[in-house]
Design a protein around this ligand. Structure first.
Ligand SMILES: [Fe+2]
Length: 185
C-alpha cells in the first residue's frame, strides 16, 4: 500500500504525520509542488511485456503528461531482485541530490521509496504499482529501491542530459529509514 510519512528534519525516529490513502497523500504533497496520481492500464499487462506494450496500456495518461509538461523522451526501466548489478544500482541515488529537471516516475509494477527534503521537513513516499510521482526540479531528495529491488517504471525526460544527479554532500539520507524488505504492504 502506498504511504507517506512526514518527519521533522531533526527527528528521523518519529513521523509527525502518516498518510496511507491516495487522496491524503496527494493532498499533503500538493503544497510542496509534488504531483501524486494513480493511473490504470487500459489493457492488461503482465511481467515481461515489451516496453511498447506497457506504454500503450498507459497511452492516454502518458500523452496528457507529455502535453502538460513538455517531456521529450519516455522510456520503461525494470529491475528484478536477481539483477547482478542491484547493489550498485541501489547505491546510485541513495544520498541526497537534486536534478535540473523534474524526476517523474510511474510505477507499473513493484515499488520504491522516494524521500524528499524540503526546508526542515522530510517526506518519505513509498510508491507502489499504479502510482505516478513528479518531483520538481531542484528539490533535494533520495531514492531507495531496497536490497531486493523489484519494479517496472515509466520515466519521463525533458533534456537528454537533464537527469543527472547533483549531490549535496550531506549525510541526511543516512539518518532516515531505508527501504527494507517487507516494507511494501
Ligand atoms: Fe533523483
Amino acid at each position: 500500500m502506498s504511504r507517506l510519512r512526514i518527519f521533522e528534519e531533526a527527528h528521523p525516529d518519529q513521523p509527525v504525520l502518516v498518510a496511507d490513502t491516495h487522496a491524503d497523500i496527494a493532498r499533503e504533497l500538493a503544497p510542496i509542488g509534488v504531483a501524486f496520481e494513480q493511473w490504470e492500464a487500459a489493457q492488461p499487462i503482465v511481467a515481461g511485456d515489451a516496453p511498447e506494450k506497457i506504454m500503450a496500456a498507459y497511452k492516454a495518461d502518458i500523452d496528457r503528461l507529455v502535453e502538460e509538461r513538455g517531456f521529450r523522451t519516455v522510456d520503461v526501466v525494470s529491475i528484478a531482485p536477481d539483477n547482478p548489478n542491484r547493489a550498485e544500482m541501489r547505491k546510485k541515488f541513495l544520498e541526497e541530490h537534486f536534478h535540473k529537471e523534474d524526476e517523474v516516475r510511474f510505477f507499473v509494477d513493484g515499488s520504491g521509496l522516494f524521500t524528499l527534503h524540503v526546508d526542515d521537513r522530510v517526506f518519505e513516499l513509498l510508491c507502489e504499482a499504479g502510482d505516478l510521482v513528479a518531483v520538481p526540479d531542484r528539490m533535494t531528495h533520495w531514492f531507495d529501491m531496497g536490497p531486493e529491488p523489484s519494479f517496472i517504471a515509466i520515466r519521463f525526460f525533458t533534456e537528454p542530459d537533464g537527469w543527472v544527479g547533483h549531490f549535496t554532500g550531506t549525510d541526511i539520507a543516512r539518518k532516515f529509514p531505508r527501504y527494507e524488505p517487507g516494507q511494501a504492504g
